[in-house]
Design a protein around this ligand. Structure first.
Ligand SMILES: *Cc1c(COP(=O)(O)O)cnc(C)c1O
Length: 372
């Protein structure tokens, strides 16, 4: 049998090895060194923002962003229920309360039309998530934020290089975060980045991630900070990945287009839409099965022929630590998406033959479950 086709694997196709060897040869292996600065400034330029601050992962990037904004116990932060758990956990880390919002059916991102009903006198911020690589309708979100004086955090962990009306995601809200985990669009192994145009927020993030040390006075700690730094080795991998980011994104767009072409006759499967104002970075090529199709059986049958898939995230309001918060509220769109959605193999290194094979198997299995 063919080897397993994973849902997402890193593609180390550039200078990764060379730059890592340079770190080892020079012994700059900790959280100082030229690759940190080079990666940060190249990433800021890539996003079209003034500041990029590296950190240990995408989860702490969110924590840093909320701390920098001054989110404290008693505050509320609006978060989509259909996202990775880290988005809401970062709110709890600050002692604040996540207020969940349902998805909209086309892009599967938070539904901006529902935002106003989530706003209370305690609301301080909205975290938008560009789910699976598709940007959120930012004008609609920014309008509500403006009206109510709320901060906007973009959790762009899944959307490096995605564009909203020609602007890269991460450059639109007050402060934004990225992840470079091994399965993300570009990776550093583990890693994250906070980006912003705001000088004061950038200064706060820099201080917080470096144990709170006073920038003017070494080893003087006027606040409780964190050790949330990235290493030079991770940044070396990140810089090499970033040099090839156009390739990484165009591969994913090519793979998405191929799946759509191969599966266009299959009406029981639909893809994440790409809005006319959006450029989807297709972190995960994601499909929704219509309600007659038992998704988990389809996923199991795909695994039997060596194809790994992933179910969509469980909506966060269904998890033990969050279900108490949402009594009486319903999230029908997110629940439907979570029950019927799956991510297809999406690695940048997938060949056209791999995509053809996966598509054939998906079509065959859909036909067989429909016959039963
Ligand atoms: C991956 C991810 C994160 C967390 O990133 P880590 O680097 O794994 O900590 C946060 N938010 C979203 C939406 C993610 O997909």
């Amino acid at each position: 049998m063919k080897p397993l086709i994973p849902v997402a694997a890193p593609a180390l196709v550039g200078n990764e090895k060379k730059y890592v060897m340079d770190c080892l040869d020079s012994s700059w292996i900790s959280s100082n060194g030229q690759y940190i600065e080079r990666f940060e400034s190249a990433f800021a330029e890539f996003c079209g923002v003034k500041h990029a601050l590296s950190c240990s992962n995408g989860t702490v990037a969110l924590h840093l962003a909320l701390l920098a904004l001054g989110i404290v116990p008693g505050d509320e932060v609006i978060v989509p229920t259909l996202t990775y758990v880290a988005t809401a956990n970062s709110v709890l880390y600050c002692g604040a309360k996540p207020v969940f919002i349902d998805s909209e059916p086309e892009t599967w991102n938070l539904n901006p039309a529902l935002l106003e009903e989530c706003v209370s006198p305690r609301t301080k911020a909205i975290i938008v998530v560009h789910l699976y690589g598709h940007p959120v309708d930012m004008d609609a979100v920014m309008a509500v934020a403006h009206k109510h004086g709320l901060f906007v955090v973009e959790d762009a962990a899944e959307a490096h290089g995605a564009e909203y009306k020609g602007r890269r995601v991460g450059s639109i809200g007050n402060i934004s975060t990225f992840s470079f985990y091994g399965n993300k669009i570009i990776t550093t192994g583990e890693g994250g980045m906070v980006v912003t145009n705001d000088d004061a927020l950038a200064d706060r993030v820099r201080q917080l991630k470096g144990q709170g040390m006073d920038p003017e006075r070494r080893y003087w700690f006027p606040m409780v900070g964190y050790n949330y730094r990235m290493t030079n080795i991770e940044a070396a991998i990140g810089l090499a990945q970033l040099e090839k980011v156009d390739w990484h994104i165009s591969q994913r767009r090519r793979i998405a287009a191929q799946y759509m072409e191969y599966l266009k006759e299959n009406s029981e499967i639909s893809f994440q839409i790409e809005k006319p104002w959006a450029c989807n970075a297709y972190w995960m090529i994601s499909v929704l099965l219509d309600e007659l199709i038992p998704r988990d059986i389809v996923m199991k049958m795909l695994l039997e022929v060596g194809i790994e898939t992933r179910p969509f995230f469980y909506p966060l309001h269904t998890l033990p630590m969050y279900c108490e918060l949402v009594r009486g509220t319903s999230f029908p769109v997110a629940e439907f998406l979570a029950a019927q959605g799956m991510n297809l193999p999406s690695s940048a290194s997938l060949s056209e033959e791999d995509v053809a094979f996966v598509s054939e198997q998906v079509a065959r299995i859909l036909a067989s479950v429909l016959r039963k």
